[in-house]
Design a protein around this ligand. Structure first.
Ligand code: ATP
Ligand code: MG
Length: 510
Protein backbone atom coordinates (compact mmCIF):
# COMPACT_ATOMS: atom_id res chain seq x y z
CA UNK A 1 0.00 0.00 0.00
CA UNK A 2 1.32 3.40 -0.97
CA UNK A 3 1.67 5.07 2.41
CA UNK A 4 4.47 6.27 4.64
CA UNK A 5 3.39 3.61 7.14
CA UNK A 6 5.06 0.91 5.10
CA UNK A 7 7.52 2.90 3.04
CA UNK A 8 10.51 2.20 5.27
CA UNK A 9 11.87 -1.27 5.68
CA UNK A 10 12.34 -1.97 9.38
CA UNK A 11 14.72 -4.77 8.45
CA UNK A 12 17.50 -2.82 6.72
CA UNK A 13 20.73 -3.61 8.52
CA UNK A 14 22.09 -0.14 7.70
CA UNK A 15 21.90 2.67 10.21
CA UNK A 16 18.87 4.84 9.34
CA UNK A 17 19.88 8.16 10.91
CA UNK A 18 23.26 9.47 12.01
CA UNK A 19 23.57 12.75 13.91
CA UNK A 20 27.27 13.69 14.11
CA UNK A 21 28.60 14.52 17.58
CA UNK A 22 30.64 13.00 20.34
CA UNK A 23 29.21 10.52 20.72
CA UNK A 24 27.25 10.50 17.45
CA UNK A 25 23.60 9.49 17.61
CA UNK A 26 23.08 6.38 15.49
CA UNK A 27 19.53 5.13 15.00
CA UNK A 28 18.75 1.74 13.46
CA UNK A 29 15.69 1.19 11.29
CA UNK A 30 14.15 -0.89 14.06
CA UNK A 31 14.69 1.92 16.57
CA UNK A 32 13.28 4.50 14.15
CA UNK A 33 10.07 2.45 13.81
CA UNK A 34 9.75 2.13 17.58
CA UNK A 35 10.36 5.86 18.11
CA UNK A 36 7.83 6.84 15.45
CA UNK A 37 5.19 4.54 16.89
CA UNK A 38 5.78 5.88 20.37
CA UNK A 39 5.51 9.48 19.10
CA UNK A 40 2.31 8.62 17.21
CA UNK A 41 0.88 7.40 20.52
CA UNK A 42 1.82 10.72 22.14
CA UNK A 43 0.16 12.68 19.32
CA UNK A 44 -3.00 10.58 19.67
CA UNK A 45 -2.94 11.06 23.43
CA UNK A 46 -2.99 14.86 23.15
CA UNK A 47 -5.81 14.80 20.61
CA UNK A 48 -4.20 14.82 17.14
CA UNK A 49 -6.75 13.21 14.83
CA UNK A 50 -7.06 12.61 11.05
CA UNK A 51 -6.80 15.78 8.98
CA UNK A 52 -5.32 17.90 11.79
CA UNK A 53 -2.42 20.09 10.66
CA UNK A 54 0.72 19.54 12.72
CA UNK A 55 3.06 22.48 12.08
CA UNK A 56 6.65 21.43 12.65
CA UNK A 57 8.83 24.47 13.35
CA UNK A 58 11.92 22.41 14.18
CA UNK A 59 15.39 22.58 12.68
CA UNK A 60 16.82 19.58 10.76
CA UNK A 61 17.13 17.04 13.58
CA UNK A 62 16.07 13.57 14.70
CA UNK A 63 12.96 14.95 16.47
CA UNK A 64 11.85 16.51 13.15
CA UNK A 65 12.20 13.14 11.40
CA UNK A 66 10.22 11.29 14.07
CA UNK A 67 7.50 13.95 14.38
CA UNK A 68 7.05 14.13 10.61
CA UNK A 69 6.61 10.40 10.07
CA UNK A 70 4.48 9.96 13.19
CA UNK A 71 2.07 12.76 12.17
CA UNK A 72 1.60 11.10 8.78
CA UNK A 73 0.97 7.69 10.38
CA UNK A 74 -1.72 9.32 12.53
CA UNK A 75 -3.44 10.51 9.28
CA UNK A 76 -2.64 14.06 10.32
CA UNK A 77 -1.05 16.58 7.97
CA UNK A 78 2.57 17.40 8.58
CA UNK A 79 3.30 21.06 7.82
CA UNK A 80 7.01 21.82 8.20
CA UNK A 81 7.87 25.49 8.73
CA UNK A 82 11.15 27.36 8.59
CA UNK A 83 12.04 27.72 12.30
CA UNK A 84 13.70 31.06 11.49
CA UNK A 85 10.44 32.67 10.36
CA UNK A 86 9.36 35.97 11.91
CA UNK A 87 6.06 36.07 13.82
CA UNK A 88 4.13 37.53 10.86
CA UNK A 89 5.35 34.69 8.62
CA UNK A 90 4.37 32.05 11.20
CA UNK A 91 0.96 33.71 11.41
CA UNK A 92 0.47 33.48 7.64
CA UNK A 93 1.20 29.72 7.55
CA UNK A 94 -0.55 28.76 10.79
CA UNK A 95 -3.66 30.68 9.73
CA UNK A 96 -3.58 29.31 6.16
CA UNK A 97 -3.66 25.70 7.42
CA UNK A 98 -5.66 26.25 10.63
CA UNK A 99 -2.89 24.33 12.42
CA UNK A 100 -4.06 22.19 15.33
CA UNK A 101 -0.64 22.20 16.98
CA UNK A 102 2.75 23.80 16.52
CA UNK A 103 5.92 21.90 17.50
CA UNK A 104 8.85 24.04 18.62
CA UNK A 105 12.34 23.22 19.94
CA UNK A 106 13.03 22.91 23.67
CA UNK A 107 13.10 26.21 25.55
CA UNK A 108 11.35 28.14 22.81
CA UNK A 109 7.90 28.19 24.32
CA UNK A 110 7.97 32.00 24.19
CA UNK A 111 9.32 32.48 20.65
CA UNK A 112 7.60 33.97 17.56
CA UNK A 113 6.09 30.60 16.51
CA UNK A 114 4.33 30.35 19.86
CA UNK A 115 3.03 33.92 19.73
CA UNK A 116 1.60 33.14 16.28
CA UNK A 117 0.13 29.81 17.47
CA UNK A 118 -1.60 31.60 20.35
CA UNK A 119 -3.19 34.10 18.00
CA UNK A 120 -4.95 31.25 16.17
CA UNK A 121 -5.51 29.03 19.26
CA UNK A 122 -3.20 26.27 18.03
CA UNK A 123 -1.78 23.99 20.71
CA UNK A 124 1.96 24.31 21.38
CA UNK A 125 4.42 21.57 22.32
CA UNK A 126 8.16 21.50 22.75
CA UNK A 127 9.72 18.61 20.89
CA UNK A 128 13.28 17.47 21.60
CA UNK A 129 15.57 14.54 22.25
CA UNK A 130 16.09 13.59 25.89
CA UNK A 131 19.88 13.11 26.01
CA UNK A 132 19.68 10.56 28.82
CA UNK A 133 17.18 8.19 27.22
CA UNK A 134 17.34 9.23 23.52
CA UNK A 135 13.55 9.45 23.69
CA UNK A 136 11.86 12.05 21.45
CA UNK A 137 9.85 14.07 23.95
CA UNK A 138 6.52 15.77 23.21
CA UNK A 139 6.03 18.28 26.02
CA UNK A 140 2.67 20.02 25.63
CA UNK A 141 2.79 23.66 26.78
CA UNK A 142 -0.59 24.95 25.64
CA UNK A 143 -3.56 22.83 24.68
CA UNK A 144 -5.28 25.52 22.58
CA UNK A 145 -7.92 24.05 20.29
CA UNK A 146 -6.93 20.48 21.31
CA UNK A 147 -8.25 21.20 24.79
CA UNK A 148 -10.54 18.33 25.92
CA UNK A 149 -9.89 16.34 22.71
CA UNK A 150 -7.28 13.95 24.12
CA UNK A 151 -7.04 10.15 24.02
CA UNK A 152 -7.68 9.59 20.34
CA UNK A 153 -7.25 6.10 18.86
CA UNK A 154 -4.22 5.21 16.73
CA UNK A 155 -5.02 5.56 13.04
CA UNK A 156 -3.86 3.82 9.86
CA UNK A 157 -2.98 6.12 6.97
CA UNK A 158 -4.57 5.61 3.53
CA UNK A 159 -2.87 6.36 0.17
CA UNK A 160 -5.09 9.33 -0.66
CA UNK A 161 -4.83 10.97 2.75
CA UNK A 162 -2.96 14.25 2.66
CA UNK A 163 0.34 13.56 4.45
CA UNK A 164 2.04 16.90 3.92
CA UNK A 165 1.21 20.47 3.06
CA UNK A 166 4.02 22.75 1.94
CA UNK A 167 3.78 26.17 0.43
CA UNK A 168 5.54 27.01 -2.83
CA UNK A 169 8.54 29.31 -2.46
CA UNK A 170 6.59 32.41 -3.48
CA UNK A 171 8.97 33.25 -6.32
CA UNK A 172 6.28 34.45 -8.67
CA UNK A 173 3.63 35.59 -6.22
CA UNK A 174 2.04 34.74 -2.89
CA UNK A 175 3.09 31.23 -1.72
CA UNK A 176 0.44 28.62 -2.64
CA UNK A 177 -0.50 25.77 -0.28
CA UNK A 178 0.19 22.39 -1.91
CA UNK A 179 -1.35 19.27 -0.35
CA UNK A 180 0.60 16.09 -1.06
CA UNK A 181 -0.89 12.67 -0.38
CA UNK A 182 0.86 9.52 0.82
CA UNK A 183 0.57 8.30 -2.79
CA UNK A 184 2.25 11.47 -4.12
CA UNK A 185 5.12 11.16 -1.64
CA UNK A 186 5.73 7.44 -1.99
CA UNK A 187 5.70 7.80 -5.78
CA UNK A 188 8.44 10.44 -5.66
CA UNK A 189 10.37 8.31 -3.18
CA UNK A 190 10.38 5.36 -5.56
CA UNK A 191 11.13 7.60 -8.55
CA UNK A 192 14.19 9.08 -6.83
CA UNK A 193 15.30 5.68 -5.59
CA UNK A 194 15.14 4.36 -9.16
CA UNK A 195 16.82 7.40 -10.78
CA UNK A 196 19.93 7.14 -8.62
CA UNK A 197 19.80 3.38 -7.91
CA UNK A 198 19.75 4.14 -4.18
CA UNK A 199 20.45 1.13 -1.96
CA UNK A 200 21.15 0.30 1.71
CA UNK A 201 24.84 0.89 0.93
CA UNK A 202 24.28 4.60 0.24
CA UNK A 203 24.82 7.36 2.77
CA UNK A 204 23.73 10.92 2.14
CA UNK A 205 24.51 14.20 3.87
CA UNK A 206 21.36 16.22 4.51
CA UNK A 207 22.34 19.81 3.76
CA UNK A 208 19.00 21.17 2.55
CA UNK A 209 16.32 22.28 5.00
CA UNK A 210 13.56 19.77 5.74
CA UNK A 211 10.90 22.48 5.40
CA UNK A 212 11.28 22.39 1.60
CA UNK A 213 10.56 19.45 -0.74
CA UNK A 214 14.19 19.24 -1.83
CA UNK A 215 15.60 18.26 1.57
CA UNK A 216 12.45 16.43 2.65
CA UNK A 217 12.02 14.13 -0.36
CA UNK A 218 15.47 13.79 -1.92
CA UNK A 219 17.65 13.75 1.18
CA UNK A 220 15.37 12.17 3.79
CA UNK A 221 12.33 10.22 2.53
CA UNK A 222 13.88 8.68 -0.61
CA UNK A 223 17.10 7.53 1.10
CA UNK A 224 15.09 5.98 3.96
CA UNK A 225 12.77 4.25 1.49
CA UNK A 226 15.94 2.73 0.02
CA UNK A 227 17.17 1.38 3.36
CA UNK A 228 20.21 3.66 3.29
CA UNK A 229 21.56 6.17 5.81
CA UNK A 230 20.87 9.87 6.30
CA UNK A 231 23.49 11.96 8.08
CA UNK A 232 22.02 15.06 9.75
CA UNK A 233 24.80 17.55 10.45
CA UNK A 234 24.32 20.80 12.35
CA UNK A 235 24.22 24.19 10.60
CA UNK A 236 26.02 24.16 7.25
CA UNK A 237 29.65 25.15 6.95
CA UNK A 238 32.04 24.03 4.22
CA UNK A 239 34.66 22.62 6.60
CA UNK A 240 32.13 20.84 8.79
CA UNK A 241 30.48 19.44 5.67
CA UNK A 242 33.65 17.71 4.50
CA UNK A 243 34.69 16.54 7.98
CA UNK A 244 31.31 14.85 8.48
CA UNK A 245 31.27 13.58 4.90
CA UNK A 246 34.55 11.74 5.48
CA UNK A 247 33.96 10.70 9.12
CA UNK A 248 30.52 9.21 8.45
CA UNK A 249 31.40 7.77 5.03
CA UNK A 250 28.83 9.64 2.97
CA UNK A 251 28.85 8.84 -0.75
CA UNK A 252 26.41 11.39 -2.24
CA UNK A 253 24.62 14.62 -1.53
CA UNK A 254 21.97 16.80 -3.10
CA UNK A 255 21.83 20.60 -2.89
CA UNK A 256 20.97 23.86 -4.59
CA UNK A 257 23.70 25.47 -6.74
CA UNK A 258 24.38 28.03 -3.99
CA UNK A 259 25.67 25.27 -1.68
CA UNK A 260 27.79 23.72 -4.44
CA UNK A 261 29.30 27.14 -5.08
CA UNK A 262 30.14 27.68 -1.41
CA UNK A 263 31.90 24.30 -1.39
CA UNK A 264 33.79 25.18 -4.57
CA UNK A 265 34.89 28.52 -3.12
CA UNK A 266 36.49 26.96 -0.04
CA UNK A 267 39.20 24.64 -1.40
CA UNK A 268 41.04 24.79 1.95
CA UNK A 269 38.22 22.62 3.35
CA UNK A 270 38.40 19.93 0.64
CA UNK A 271 39.54 16.56 1.95
CA UNK A 272 42.73 15.10 0.60
CA UNK A 273 42.36 12.53 -0.80
CA UNK A 274 38.80 13.25 -1.96
CA UNK A 275 36.47 10.42 -0.83
CA UNK A 276 34.75 8.37 -3.49
CA UNK A 277 31.49 10.20 -4.28
CA UNK A 278 28.99 8.14 -6.29
CA UNK A 279 27.18 11.25 -7.59
CA UNK A 280 26.31 14.84 -6.72
CA UNK A 281 22.75 15.97 -7.34
CA UNK A 282 21.89 19.58 -8.09
CA UNK A 283 18.32 20.81 -8.08
CA UNK A 284 15.85 23.66 -7.44
CA UNK A 285 17.73 26.45 -9.27
CA UNK A 286 19.62 26.54 -12.56
CA UNK A 287 23.15 25.11 -12.48
CA UNK A 288 25.32 26.89 -15.02
CA UNK A 289 27.41 24.61 -17.27
CA UNK A 290 30.48 26.40 -15.92
CA UNK A 291 29.74 25.37 -12.31
CA UNK A 292 28.80 21.88 -13.51
CA UNK A 293 32.30 21.40 -14.99
CA UNK A 294 34.06 22.95 -11.99
CA UNK A 295 32.15 20.63 -9.63
CA UNK A 296 32.91 17.48 -11.60
CA UNK A 297 36.59 18.39 -11.73
CA UNK A 298 36.95 19.40 -8.08
CA UNK A 299 34.98 16.56 -6.49
CA UNK A 300 35.62 13.88 -9.13
CA UNK A 301 32.02 12.75 -9.29
CA UNK A 302 29.25 12.80 -11.89
CA UNK A 303 27.01 15.84 -11.35
CA UNK A 304 23.34 15.10 -12.05
CA UNK A 305 21.08 18.11 -12.40
CA UNK A 306 17.42 17.51 -11.63
CA UNK A 307 14.26 19.60 -11.95
CA UNK A 308 11.62 19.67 -9.26
CA UNK A 309 8.77 21.63 -7.76
CA UNK A 310 6.58 21.55 -4.68
CA UNK A 311 3.47 20.59 -6.70
CA UNK A 312 5.24 17.46 -8.02
CA UNK A 313 6.33 16.36 -4.53
CA UNK A 314 9.78 17.40 -5.73
CA UNK A 315 11.40 15.56 -8.64
CA UNK A 316 10.12 15.60 -12.23
CA UNK A 317 13.23 15.10 -14.36
CA UNK A 318 16.87 14.30 -13.76
CA UNK A 319 20.02 13.55 -15.67
CA UNK A 320 20.67 9.82 -15.43
CA UNK A 321 23.58 8.03 -13.76
CA UNK A 322 26.55 7.09 -15.96
CA UNK A 323 27.03 5.36 -18.33
CA UNK A 324 23.90 7.12 -19.64
CA UNK A 325 24.51 10.64 -20.87
CA UNK A 326 24.36 13.60 -18.50
CA UNK A 327 24.17 16.99 -20.12
CA UNK A 328 25.33 20.25 -18.61
CA UNK A 329 22.63 22.91 -18.96
CA UNK A 330 19.87 20.27 -19.26
CA UNK A 331 17.73 18.99 -16.38
CA UNK A 332 17.64 15.53 -17.95
CA UNK A 333 14.69 13.27 -18.69
CA UNK A 334 11.32 12.49 -17.06
CA UNK A 335 11.86 10.10 -14.16
CA UNK A 336 8.65 8.16 -13.62
CA UNK A 337 6.88 11.35 -14.72
CA UNK A 338 5.43 12.13 -18.18
CA UNK A 339 6.77 15.37 -19.64
CA UNK A 340 5.25 17.33 -22.54
CA UNK A 341 6.02 20.77 -23.88
CA UNK A 342 2.73 22.55 -24.57
CA UNK A 343 1.83 25.76 -26.34
CA UNK A 344 -0.67 28.19 -24.85
CA UNK A 345 -3.59 26.36 -26.43
CA UNK A 346 -2.46 23.10 -24.82
CA UNK A 347 -1.05 21.47 -27.98
CA UNK A 348 2.27 19.66 -27.87
CA UNK A 349 5.07 21.53 -29.66
CA UNK A 350 7.77 19.93 -31.82
CA UNK A 351 11.06 18.69 -30.38
CA UNK A 352 13.45 21.60 -29.89
CA UNK A 353 10.68 24.23 -29.84
CA UNK A 354 9.95 26.23 -26.71
CA UNK A 355 6.72 25.97 -24.77
CA UNK A 356 5.45 25.39 -21.24
CA UNK A 357 6.88 22.33 -19.49
CA UNK A 358 3.89 20.23 -18.41
CA UNK A 359 3.86 17.03 -16.42
CA UNK A 360 1.63 14.13 -15.38
CA UNK A 361 2.23 11.41 -12.81
CA UNK A 362 0.97 10.04 -9.52
CA UNK A 363 3.48 12.23 -7.69
CA UNK A 364 1.61 15.39 -8.73
CA UNK A 365 -0.74 17.15 -6.30
CA UNK A 366 -4.49 17.02 -6.94
CA UNK A 367 -4.55 20.83 -6.71
CA UNK A 368 -3.77 23.81 -4.49
CA UNK A 369 -5.73 24.37 -1.29
CA UNK A 370 -8.40 27.09 -1.48
CA UNK A 371 -7.25 28.39 -4.83
CA UNK A 372 -9.79 27.55 -7.53
CA UNK A 373 -8.33 30.09 -9.95
CA UNK A 374 -4.82 28.63 -9.83
CA UNK A 375 -6.24 25.10 -10.13
CA UNK A 376 -8.26 26.00 -13.22
CA UNK A 377 -5.21 27.59 -14.84
CA UNK A 378 -2.79 24.82 -13.90
CA UNK A 379 -4.36 21.59 -15.17
CA UNK A 380 -5.14 20.73 -18.80
CA UNK A 381 -8.17 18.65 -19.77
CA UNK A 382 -5.93 15.58 -20.09
CA UNK A 383 -4.63 16.01 -16.56
CA UNK A 384 -1.26 17.59 -17.35
CA UNK A 385 -0.01 20.10 -14.82
CA UNK A 386 1.39 23.32 -16.28
CA UNK A 387 4.60 24.09 -14.40
CA UNK A 388 4.87 27.78 -15.33
CA UNK A 389 8.38 27.04 -16.60
CA UNK A 390 9.36 27.54 -20.20
CA UNK A 391 11.56 24.96 -21.85
CA UNK A 392 12.19 22.58 -24.70
CA UNK A 393 12.75 18.86 -25.09
CA UNK A 394 14.89 17.05 -27.65
CA UNK A 395 14.09 13.76 -29.38
CA UNK A 396 15.83 11.78 -26.60
CA UNK A 397 13.64 13.39 -23.95
CA UNK A 398 16.26 15.75 -22.49
CA UNK A 399 14.61 18.89 -21.13
CA UNK A 400 16.23 22.32 -21.07
CA UNK A 401 14.60 25.05 -18.97
CA UNK A 402 14.78 28.46 -20.56
CA UNK A 403 13.03 30.44 -17.85
CA UNK A 404 9.90 30.90 -15.85
CA UNK A 405 7.10 32.20 -18.01
CA UNK A 406 6.43 34.96 -15.47
CA UNK A 407 10.12 35.91 -15.40
CA UNK A 408 10.86 36.05 -19.12
CA UNK A 409 12.03 39.49 -20.13
CA UNK A 410 9.58 40.89 -22.66
CA UNK A 411 11.46 43.54 -24.60
CA UNK A 412 8.96 45.07 -26.98
CA UNK A 413 7.52 41.62 -27.74
CA UNK A 414 10.86 39.79 -27.95
CA UNK A 415 11.02 37.20 -25.16
CA UNK A 416 14.47 36.98 -23.57
CA UNK A 417 15.47 34.04 -21.37
CA UNK A 418 17.19 35.27 -18.20
CA UNK A 419 18.79 31.85 -17.64
CA UNK A 420 20.56 32.08 -21.02
CA UNK A 421 22.01 35.48 -20.07
CA UNK A 422 23.07 34.25 -16.59
CA UNK A 423 25.01 31.40 -18.19
CA UNK A 424 26.80 33.71 -20.63
CA UNK A 425 27.65 36.22 -17.90
CA UNK A 426 29.02 33.41 -15.73
CA UNK A 427 31.69 32.85 -18.40
CA UNK A 428 33.23 36.29 -17.71
CA UNK A 429 36.45 35.69 -15.78
CA UNK A 430 35.66 38.38 -13.15
CA UNK A 431 32.11 37.18 -12.46
CA UNK A 432 31.26 34.91 -9.56
CA UNK A 433 27.45 35.11 -9.77
CA UNK A 434 25.06 36.65 -12.28
CA UNK A 435 21.29 37.14 -12.16
CA UNK A 436 19.36 38.75 -15.03
CA UNK A 437 15.89 40.25 -14.73
CA UNK A 438 13.41 42.59 -16.35
CA UNK A 439 13.61 46.29 -15.70
CA UNK A 440 10.97 48.79 -16.76
CA UNK A 441 11.73 50.64 -19.93
CA UNK A 442 9.87 53.56 -21.51
CA UNK A 443 10.57 52.52 -25.06
CA UNK A 444 10.27 48.71 -24.91
CA UNK A 445 8.10 48.16 -21.84
CA UNK A 446 10.85 45.94 -20.43
CA UNK A 447 14.59 45.71 -20.93
CA UNK A 448 17.42 43.63 -19.47
CA UNK A 449 18.99 44.32 -16.08
CA UNK A 450 21.73 42.20 -14.53
CA UNK A 451 23.13 41.97 -11.03
CA UNK A 452 26.70 40.74 -10.66
CA UNK A 453 28.76 39.53 -7.73
CA UNK A 454 32.44 39.76 -8.69
CA UNK A 455 35.17 37.33 -7.64
CA UNK A 456 37.41 38.53 -4.79
CA UNK A 457 39.79 41.26 -5.92
CA UNK A 458 38.31 41.51 -9.45
CA UNK A 459 37.15 44.72 -11.09
CA UNK A 460 35.08 45.31 -14.20
CA UNK A 461 33.00 48.27 -15.39
CA UNK A 462 29.42 48.40 -16.67
CA UNK A 463 30.70 49.22 -20.17
CA UNK A 464 33.10 46.28 -20.15
CA UNK A 465 30.26 43.92 -19.21
CA UNK A 466 28.12 45.28 -22.04
CA UNK A 467 31.01 44.95 -24.51
CA UNK A 468 31.55 41.33 -23.37
CA UNK A 469 27.86 40.56 -23.88
CA UNK A 470 27.83 42.20 -27.34
CA UNK A 471 30.36 39.60 -28.43
CA UNK A 472 28.29 36.71 -27.15
CA UNK A 473 24.56 37.40 -27.63
CA UNK A 474 22.24 39.14 -30.10
CA UNK A 475 22.21 42.91 -29.69
CA UNK A 476 18.69 43.13 -28.24
CA UNK A 477 19.73 40.85 -25.35
CA UNK A 478 22.67 43.02 -24.23
CA UNK A 479 21.84 44.35 -20.74
CA UNK A 480 20.72 47.94 -20.53
CA UNK A 481 21.79 48.24 -16.89
CA UNK A 482 24.46 46.40 -14.90
CA UNK A 483 24.38 46.45 -11.10
CA UNK A 484 27.23 45.33 -8.87
CA UNK A 485 26.42 43.85 -5.48
CA UNK A 486 28.36 42.22 -2.65
CA UNK A 487 25.81 39.46 -2.04
CA UNK A 488 22.98 38.17 -4.16
CA UNK A 489 19.64 38.21 -2.31
CA UNK A 490 18.31 34.63 -1.93
CA UNK A 491 15.48 32.79 -0.20
CA UNK A 492 15.98 30.70 2.95
CA UNK A 493 16.51 27.63 0.76
CA UNK A 494 19.17 29.37 -1.33
CA UNK A 495 16.93 29.91 -4.34
CA UNK A 496 17.30 32.94 -6.53
CA UNK A 497 14.18 35.05 -6.88
CA UNK A 498 14.68 37.38 -9.82
CA UNK A 499 11.82 39.57 -8.58
CA UNK A 500 13.59 39.98 -5.24
CA UNK A 501 16.97 40.69 -6.90
CA UNK A 502 15.37 43.25 -9.23
CA UNK A 503 13.67 45.00 -6.30
CA UNK A 504 16.90 45.09 -4.29
CA UNK A 505 18.89 46.52 -7.22
CA UNK A 506 16.32 49.16 -8.17
CA UNK A 507 15.89 50.39 -4.59
CA UNK A 508 17.41 53.87 -4.25
CA UNK A 509 20.48 53.67 -2.01
CA UNK A 510 20.00 55.46 1.32
P1 ATP B 1 6.10 29.92 -6.62
O1 ATP B 1 5.46 28.76 -7.29
O2 ATP B 1 5.40 30.33 -5.37
O3 ATP B 1 6.36 31.08 -7.53
P2 ATP B 1 8.58 28.40 -6.73
O4 ATP B 1 8.05 27.91 -8.04
O5 ATP B 1 9.96 28.97 -6.72
O6 ATP B 1 7.57 29.47 -6.10
P3 ATP B 1 9.20 25.79 -5.70
O7 ATP B 1 8.14 24.79 -5.85
O8 ATP B 1 10.09 25.72 -4.51
O9 ATP B 1 8.54 27.23 -5.67
O10 ATP B 1 10.17 25.77 -6.95
C1 ATP B 1 9.87 25.14 -8.19
C2 ATP B 1 10.53 25.90 -9.32
O11 ATP B 1 11.96 25.94 -9.15
C3 ATP B 1 10.32 25.29 -10.67
O12 ATP B 1 9.05 25.60 -11.20
C4 ATP B 1 11.48 25.92 -11.46
O13 ATP B 1 11.14 27.22 -11.91
C5 ATP B 1 12.57 26.04 -10.43
N1 ATP B 1 13.57 24.94 -10.60
C6 ATP B 1 13.61 23.74 -9.99
N2 ATP B 1 14.67 23.02 -10.40
C7 ATP B 1 15.31 23.77 -11.32
C8 ATP B 1 16.48 23.58 -12.12
N3 ATP B 1 17.23 22.49 -12.04
N4 ATP B 1 16.82 24.58 -12.97
C9 ATP B 1 16.07 25.70 -13.06
N5 ATP B 1 14.98 25.95 -12.33
C10 ATP B 1 14.60 24.99 -11.46
MG1 MG C 1 6.14 27.44 -8.65
Amino acid sequence: MATLANAFSSSSASTAIIVPGSPALEISYKQLHADVLSFQQKLAAIGVSPGAAVSIALPNSYPFIVAFIAASWQRAIAAPLNPAHKQSEFEFYIDDLSSAIVLVPQGQAEGPAVAAARKYSAAVAECYLDPRTNEVVLDIKETGKLSGKGNRPLETAQPDDTALVLHTSGTTGRPKAVPLSHRNLTRTMSNIKATYALSPADRTMLVMPLFHVHGLLAAFLAPLASGGSVIIPGPFSASKFWNDFVDYKANWYTAVPTIHQILLKTPAAWPNPMPKIRFIRSCSSPLSPKIFHELEKAFQAPVLEAYAMTEAAHQMTSNPLPPAERRPGSVGIGQGVEVKILDQAGNEVEHGKEGEISIRGSNVTKGYLNNTKANQESFTSSGFFRTGDQGKQDEHGYVTITGRIKELINKGGEKISPIELDNVLAQHPAVSEAVSFAIEDEMYGQDVGVALVLKDGQKVTEDEVKAFMKEKVAKFKVPKRVFFTGVMPKTATGKIQRRMVAEAMMKPKA
